[in-house]
Design a protein around this ligand. Sequence first.
Ligand SMILES: NC(=O)c1ccc[n+]([C@@H]2O[C@H](COP(=O)([O-])OP(=O)(O)OC[C@H]3O[C@@H](n4cnc5c(N)ncnc54)[C@H](OP(=O)(O)O)[C@@H]3O)[C@@H](O)[C@H]2O)c1
Length: 310
Amino acid sequence: MRVLVAGASGAIGRPLSRQLVAAGHEVTGITSNPANAPLVEQNGARAVVCDALDAGALTAAVAEARPEVVISQLTRLPKDDYDPRTIDYGPTNRARRGGNNLLAAARTVGTRRFITQTIAFIYAPEGGWVKDETAPAWTDPPEPFRSGAGPTLEHEREVLEADGIEGLVLRYGQFYGPGTYYALDGGTARRVRSRRFPIVGRGDGVFSFIHVEDAAAATVAASERGAPGIYNVVDDEPAPLREWLPVYAEAVGAKRPFRIPTWIGRIFGGPFATLMATELRGASNAKAKRELEWQPRYPSWRQGFAEALG
Ligand SMILES: NC(=O)c1ccc[n+]([C@@H]2O[C@H](COP(=O)([O-])OP(=O)(O)OC[C@H]3O[C@@H](n4cnc5c(N)ncnc54)[C@H](OP(=O)(O)O)[C@@H]3O)[C@@H](O)[C@H]2O)c1
């Protein structure tokens, strides 16, 4: 199949392009930065330099590629570190507008299927600790996440409700693996080594992880099969902060994380970080496994952190 990947130079776009090519697909990879074109080509894709915010140029690039499947991996999170106190979602919100341009371009040229990436920690922090795709979204989180959650849900709606094209939303877990925050040289590893990532309160907040190679494999599967809709792309073991953080700390050569009371967490980390640590909900991958016929190579972060942090 002809597949177009926007964001082909990113942490997920690179393994995704490589796996699509290995599966026999013809891949066009979009980057906005000419300096990243070699990164795109290294993975076997044809590189096209185009800013997704330039709707005219993007439509021309999509028309030339004539893709049967278009995949948006457009985000613009800080390269090095995700700080839940200060994260600025503005650049990612703009990248998601680029995703909406991409959807419009795909519909114009008669693309059959459109796949986009969002986040598995979008579920409202209430009720059961592990959510399937039908659970209510977190529509009123505190800032700074509030400014990112709204445009994320809006982008999901645009994709799911688009006429004349199969829309799939992949809600990815927290990425680990090469080029991610959780990699050995990533911002989260640095934060944990300098003991700036404590267990807050009882550390009940449930995180869902996914290795970038497994996220890429699920995305290849979604380009080949599966009904339109939302899929959580996460591993088999959603886990509370108190469980996974000490294991992760050991894997990156850090001392055991501190434990701090919730009220101290609120003062130093702010409301969003504290809610993540104490109230976050995890996600179930049952639908993705069943309907995309996908199995993660790293079914648990326990194995993945030990073997493939990157
Ligand atoms: N679920 C998750 O945990 C999750 C999801 C996404 C990202 N992240 C994290 O964010 C960090 C950065 O990841 P990343 O490198 O994949 O993200 P990134 O560099 O912010 O962007 C992803 C891709 O989007 C492209 N892009 C953004 N705006 C564009 C535009 N206007 N036009 C065309 N292309 C555009 C970038 O291409 P160019 O820069 O080459 O133009 C890049 O290929 C990593 O640590 C990663 O783990 C985590």
